[in-house]
Design a protein. Structure first.
Length: 402
């Protein structure tokens, strides 16, 4: 496979993947007009990149009997893409009546431009296939150049409308304080449309210079690079409002699961000393995938209950807390509390009698579902996992007596 086909087909795969995602959504909402328009806006460039690949391009002419017919299909799809995306943004941002009126005008403009492109194309003398150099071959001619300029003008109209309306709508959404993924998607589409304008500029300047006697084929080829760079972000931005919230849900679940696992060393110390804090037996492996919100809440409650149960057994002071904190690069108060909890757990397992604890001794038990408390408890669990085992109980008892 040649490099150009590889690049075009890569862009096509990205676009077709996004299109498939939207078609799947259409099965759930077949009457959603905006979703239909969005799907078409992705299918058009996907078709364009597929047909434009030199690996595919010659077969279109061979089957149809019209050399270079693939070029007309590709350019018709690309020009239509800009118009359809503009209509989609109108449906999102304007009232149905305003969107219908403006969308009808845009479709009429596209229809006229497409008709002109068809007429001009069939007046171009294309006796053979030109999958890689159609623009460079026919752009300098009067008819071929006019064909390209009509196409580029239509494409540019759609791109400018998309970039401007996308930016305006993103600002509007940002002002409402909601729909963060819609806002991000609109901004990405707006930026991608601006990048794609480089394609239109390169093609237009190439034709005008060629008509003036200055032939710069590399300028025309540079435009293709802009198109390839713009396609993936535009496809991502158009679909982001659909899959973005699901990504937020997944990342939120992963963060909760990470916190749940990080709290395990602290919870295990307390559970082994005071098994009664657990509502149910410890769960491992795939069983953790279910009802994670409840499990995290229960873990916080059980840690709090364990802290309360161990409090009467905690020593007032522990040796070497400062040195251990420095060695493990942990806060001193976290290491001190970890050592006190471990010492208390050892005393409970050794069946040593409890002693009264003066009011206000040590940090207050953490409350469930409080972000700062969870972060502190995670540090505490890390300290219990990382610091070495404490000195024999005799040294702790000596510290108490001291």
């Amino acid at each position: 496979m040649d490099p150009t086909s590889a690049v075009f087909l890569f862009c096509a795969v990205a676009a077709w993947t996004a299109a498939g995602y939207k078609v799947f959504a259409l099965r759930r909402e077949p009457s959603n007009t905006a979703l239909w328009v969005l799907s078409v806006s992705i299918v058009l460039p996907a078709t364009g990149f597929t047909v434009a690949a030199p690996l595919i391009y010659p077969h279109v002419g061979r089957v149809s009997g019209v050399p270079d017919l693939a070029t007309l299909i590709v350019y018709g799809c690309i020009a239509g893409y800009g118009i359809v995306v503009s209509i989609m943004l109108l449906l999102w941002h304007k009232s149905p009546r305003e969107a219908r009126r403006a969308g009808t005008a845009l479709l009429a403009l596209y229809g006229a431009a497409l008709a002109a492109m068809i007429v001009l194309f069939f007046h171009i003398d294309t006796a053979s296939e030109h999958p890689l150099d159609f623009d460079e071959t026919f752009g300098p001619t009067a008819v071929g150049g006019a064909f390209l300029l009509v196409y580029v003008s239509m494409y540019t109209t759609g791109l400018i409308a998309t970039a401007v309306r996308g930016h305006q709508f993103a600002r509007h959404v940002a002002g409402t304080g909601g729909h963060p993924w819609l806002r991000r998607g609109l901004r990405i589409v707006s930026v991608g449309s601006c990048v794609a304008l480089g394609y239109a500029v390169c093609k237009s300047v190439f034709v005008v210079l060629a008509w003036s006697g200055v032939y710069l084929p590399d300028l025309s080829k540079l435009g293709v690079l802009f198109a390839c760079l713009a396609s993936p972000p535009i496809a991502i931005g158009l679909t982001m409002p659909s899959w973005g919230p699901k990504l937020t849900t997944v990342t939120g679940w992963l963060r909760k699961r990470r916190k749940y696992r990080q709290l395990r060393p602290l919870w295990e110390v307390m559970y082994h000393a005071v098994p009664g804090i657990a509502l149910e037996q410890p769960t491992y492996g795939w069983a953790l995938l279910g009802d994670l919100d409840f499990r995290l809440y229960r873990r916080l409650v059980e840690i709090r209950d364990g802290r309360l149960a161990l409090a009467p057994h905690m020593p007032d002071t522990v040796p070497d807390a400062e040195q251990l904190a420095a060695a493990q690069q942990l806060p001193v108060d976290v290491v001190r509390e970890a050592l006190r909890i471990r010492a208390a757990a050892d005393r409970v397992r050794a069946a040593e009698p409890a002693r009264p604890v003066p009011p206000g001794t040590g940090p207050a038990p953490a409350l469930p579902n409080h972000g700062d408390d969870i972060a502190w408890l995670v540090q505490l669990a890390a300290a219990l996992d990382r610091i070495p085992a404490p000195q024999p109980e005799a040294s702790v008892r000596a510290a108490d007596e001291g």
